[in-house]
Ligand binder design. Structure first.
Ligand SMILES: Cc1cc2nc3c(=O)[nH]c(=O)nc-3n(C[C@H](O)[C@H](O)[C@H](O)COP(=O)(O)O)c2cc1C
Length: 175
């Protein structure tokens, strides 16, 4: 099964998850930053990773997602919000909407990733009525995000993608 793993990562969080997923598929799988990703045409399975930007895939990942046709696709992502939040689920859903209907979404993984401290500094300057104004809850979430992705997240990503790999190989064998 020719596998392509493409990730978009500004500060390295999503890259770490991509590398963990790459371990599942082995050295023969392609692992590329989105900036140098090949065309997905020649691959049997495509995994695309992105950092959540305003509740959806970041722009570079969006553009790559639009190029995929007729493939099983899995999405993985990192974000500042909690992974079990509605925002996380919506971000995955919004990203999946960039996929052509000829693809099949076969799985997703999302975990927290440390937020760029410069962004937090900007939030701290915002007036109290601004949607990004800091509150004790938000500061606690940023502090939690700062610990991720951790070893548990990377292990969870490997587990999700091991499952996906087994299912895809079974499906290929049944053909
Ligand atoms: C400009 C910008 C916008 C962001 N928007 C969101 C967002 O809408 N929701 C969220 O949960 N996290 C958001 N984040 C946090 C990032 O998604 C998170 O830190 C991610 O792990 C960064 O991944 P990377 O290290 O691979 O670039 C944003 C970060 C930046 C810099």
């Amino acid at each position: 099964m020719k596998t392509l793993i493409v990730y978009s990562s500004l500060t390295g969080n999503t890259k770490l998850v991509a590398e963990a997923i790459h371990e599942v598929f082995g050295p023969e799988a392609g692992l590329f930053p989105v900036e140098t990703a090949p065309s997905p045409t020649d691959y049997d399975f495509v995994a695309v990773g992105f950092w959540v930007d305003k509740g959806t895939a970041d722009k570079k990942a969006q553009e790559f997602l639009k190029t995929i046709e007729g493939k099983p696709v899995a999405l993985f992502a990192t974000l500042g919000a909690y992974p079990d939040s509605e925002h996380a689920a919506d971000s995955l859903k919004n990203a999946a909407a960039f996929l052509d209907a000829s693809n099949q979404l076969v799985g997703t993984f999302i975990c927290q990733g440390k937020i760029d401290p410069r962004l937090i500094e900007q939030f701290k300057k915002m007036p109290g009525d601004h949607p990004h104004a800091v509150t004790p809850e938000r500061l606690a979430r940023y502090a939690e995000a700062a610990k991720h992705p951790d070893a548990g997240d990377l292990q969870a990503a490997r587990a999700v993608f091991t499952d996906i790999k087994i299912k895809l190989l079974q499906a290929a064998g049944e053909k």
